[in-house]
Design a protein around this ligand. Structure first.
Ligand code: AMP
Length: 504
C-alpha cells in the first residue's frame, strides 16, 4: 500500500457508480465522480507547487467539493488544515502564520481580507464558495484528469486540526495517517457500519467529529451520506426517512426532541444515533428513548486523540457515561498532580494511549511535553471516573475545577443536582474570583420551556444535599448558555461575564 489513508478511504470510491453524497434537494454525486474530482484537485494542488508535507488551510463552506479537497490533500500528501467558518480574518491569520500554510482557500465573499492574510504570510490564496465553485475549482476543471497518489507512510501527517482554544491559544494537533486510519477502522467495526449505511451528516467538517468520525467511517465502510450544509431541524426531520444512521452533538438531539414531528414512526427504520463532542444530559438520553425507542450511543473523544471510548453497540448503553475504552485504546485515571494511577472509582485525570493519539502540537514542543508523556500517554485535561463495570464518566474539564477556600469542587456534581430541580432545563457551574474564598461557586440556570425558576427554593434544596463549600454563592438565570459550534458550553465566557460578581 502506498498511501494507506487514500487507498483505504478514497480509492475504492472510483468503482462506485451509485451515490456517495446526496444533498438536501436529492442531487447525487457518485463515488466515481467524487474520486475523479478529488484527483483533479490533487493535480491542481500539485500544479500550484504544493509538495507533500506542505500545509493547506481551508476556511470554506461544507460542500461535496470541500470534502473532495480533503481527499485531494490525502492523495497529494498535503497536510489538511480545516478552519471554523466563523473565524474572523484576524483569527485565520494566526492559524496561517502558525502553521506556515503554503495555501489558504477561503470564501470568495471574503477574498479581500483573506487574500491579505495569505499575502502577509507568503501563502497563495484561492477561493471556493458555498456551491463548491471558485478559483481552485476552475484550476481543477481546466487541469489534467487523473493523478497518482503520492506514497505516504503511517507516521506522515494527514491533517493539523487546531483545538477550539476555549482556554488559551489554539494549538495545532498533528494527526498522522495511522492516527486517523486506526480510529476509523475501530469505529466502523464497533458501530457496525456497512455499505448499506446512509449517514445523515449535519455536522461541520472543520472539526474531528464531522470530518474524521463521520466521513472517514463512512468512506471506510463503503456507505454513503446525506450531506447537509448544517443542522436545521426541519431539513433533518424531512430527510431522516432516507437515512440509516446519524451522528450528532447533544444540541441536535435536544432540538429534535423539541419538535413533535420527531417521533417513533419517523425513526423506526434507523439503525444508530451517536452523540459526542459535549456531554449528553442523562435526561436527554432518557427522553430520546421514551420518544423514539432508540438509545443514543454516546462516545468520547477529542481533537488530539480521535475517539477514546464508546458505549457498546450491543450491550448496555448507559446514560451519563461515555462507555468503555475502544479496542486499542488504553485509558487510566490518574492523580492530576502526581500522575499516579488512582484506585478504581475515584475521579481524576483521564490519560489515554494508543494508535489514535496524535503526534504532538505543531511547533509547540513545550506544550507537547506538558501534555504528552514520554511513555505515550496523553493527559486529556478531562476529569473522569471508571465504574466497577469499566464504564467511563466525564466529570468535567480540569480547567473548570473550582477551588474555593482551599476545597476542590467539580462543577458536574452540582450541575447534576441542579438539572433535577423543578423548572430547570440545564445548568452550568463556574468559579469566579472571590475576595475571601479565592473562588466562589456560581450557578447559571436555564429554565425549561414555559417554566419559571425559584432560585430560593433551589438554594434550599441544594443546602440539603451539598456540603456548604459546594453550595453556589449565587444562582443566576439566563435565557440560554453560551455554546460554540460543537454545542460545548463556553464556561470561559461565563467566567468573564461574572468575573466581577464578588469583587467590584
Ligand atoms: P474537541 O477537541 O473540540 O473535540 O473537544 C474535546 C473535548 O470535548 C473533550 O476533551 C471533552 O471535554 C469534550 N467531550 C467530547 N465528547 C464528550 C462526551 N461524550 N461527553 C462529555 N464531554 C465530551
Amino acid at each position: 500500500m502506498t498511501n494507506p489513508l487514500f487507498d483505504t478511504l478514497v480509492a475504492p470510491l472510483a468503482a462506485r457508480k451509485t451515490a456517495f453524497l446526496t444533498d438536501a434537494a436529492g442531487t447525487e454525486m457518485s463515488g466515481a465522480a467524487f474520486h475523479a474530482l478529488a484527483l483533479r484537485y490533487a493535480a491542481a494542488l500539485t500544479g500550484l507547487g504544493l509538495r507533500p508535507g506542505d500545509r493547506m488551510a481551508v476556511q470554506i463552506d461544507k460542500t461535496p467539493q470541500a470534502l473532495a479537497l480533503y481527499a485531494a490533500a490525502l492523495a497529494s500528501g498535503v497536510v489538511f488544515l480545516p478552519l471554523n467558518t466563523a473565524y474572523t480574518a484576524d483569527e485565520v491569520a494566526y492559524f496561517v502564520g502558525n502553521a506556515g500554510a503554503a495555501l489558504l482557500v477561503g470564501s470568495p465573499a471574503r477574498a479581500e481580507a483573506l487574500g491579505g492574510v495569505a499575502a502577509r504570510y507568503g501563502a497563495q490564496f484561492h477561493t471556493m464558495d458555498d456551491a463548491g465553485q471558485g478559483s481552485l475549482t476552475d484550476i481543477a476543471g481546466s487541469g489534467p484528469e487523473g493523478f497518482s497518489p503520492v506514497p505516504r507512510g503511517p507516521d506522515d501527517l494527514a491533517a493539523i486540526l487546531y483545538t477550539s482554544g476555549t482556554t488559551g491559544r489554539s494549538k495545532g494537533a498533528m494527526l498522522s495517517q495511522q492516527n486517523l486510519l486506526s480510529n476509523a477502522r475501530v469505529l466502523a467495526t464497533e458501530w457496525h457500519f456497512t455499505p448499506d449505511d446512509v449517514l445523515l451528516h449535519a455536522l461541520p467538517i472543520f472539526h474531528t467529529h464531522g470530518l474524521f468520525v463521520a466521513c472517514n467511517v463512512v468512506m471506510l465502510s463503503g456507505g454513503s451520506m446525506i450531506f447537509l450544509p448544517g443542522f436545521k431541524a426541519d431539513q433533518v426531520i424531512s430527510l431522516l426517512p432516507k437515512a440509516t444512521t446519524m451522528m450528532g452533538v447533544p444540541t441536535f438531539y435536544i432540538r429534535l426532541l423539541d419538535d413533535a414531528r420527531f417521533d417513533r414512526s419517523l425513526v423506526a427504520h434507523m439503525r444508530l444515533f451517536t452523540s459526542g463532542s459535549a456531554p449528553l444530559l442523562a435526561d436527554t438520553h432518557i427522553q430520546f428513548e421514551q420518544r423514539t425507542g432508540h438509545r443514543i450511543l454516546e462516545r468520547y473523544g477529542m481533537t488530539e486523540t480521535n475517539m477514546n471510548t464508546s458505549n457498546p453497540y450491543e450491550g448496555a448503553r448507559r446514560a451519563g457515561t461515555v462507555g468503555l475504552p475502544l479496542p486499542g485504546v488504553e485509558l487510566k485515571i490518574t492523580d492530576p498532580v502526581t500522575g499516579t494511577t488512582l484506585p478504581q472509582g475515584e475521579p481524576g485525570m483521564i490519560e489515554v494511549r494508543g494508535a489514535n493519539v496524535f503526534k504532538g502540537y505543531w511547533q509547540m514542543p513545550e506544550k507537547t511535553r506538558e501534555e504528552l508523556r514520554d511513555d505515550g500517554f496523553f493527559i486529556t485535561g478531562d476529569i473522569g471516573q471508571i465504574d466497577a463495570d469499566g464504564y467511563v464518566s466525564i466529570v468535567g474539564r480540569q480547567k473548570d475545577l473550582i477551588i474555593t477556600g482551599g476545597y476542590n469542587v467539580y462543577p458536574k456534581e452540582i450541575e447534576l443536582l441542579l438539572d433535577d430541580q423543578p423548572g430547570v432545563l440545564e445548568s452550568a457551574v463556574i468559579g469566579v474570583p472571590h475576595p475571601d474564598f479565592g473562588e466562589a461557586v456560581v450557578a447559571v440556570l436555564v429554565a425549561a420551556k414555559g417554566a419559571t425558576i425559584d432560585t430560593t427554593a433551589i438554594a434550599a434544596a441544594l443546602g440539603q444535599s451539598l456540603a456548604r463549600f459546594k453550595q453556589p454563592k449565587q444562582i443566576l438565570v439566563l435565557p440560554d448558555l453560551p455554546r460554540n459550534t460543537m454545542g460545548k458550553v463556553q464556561k470561559n465566557l461565563l467566567r468573564q461575564d461574572y468575573a466581577d460578581l464578588f469583587t467590584s
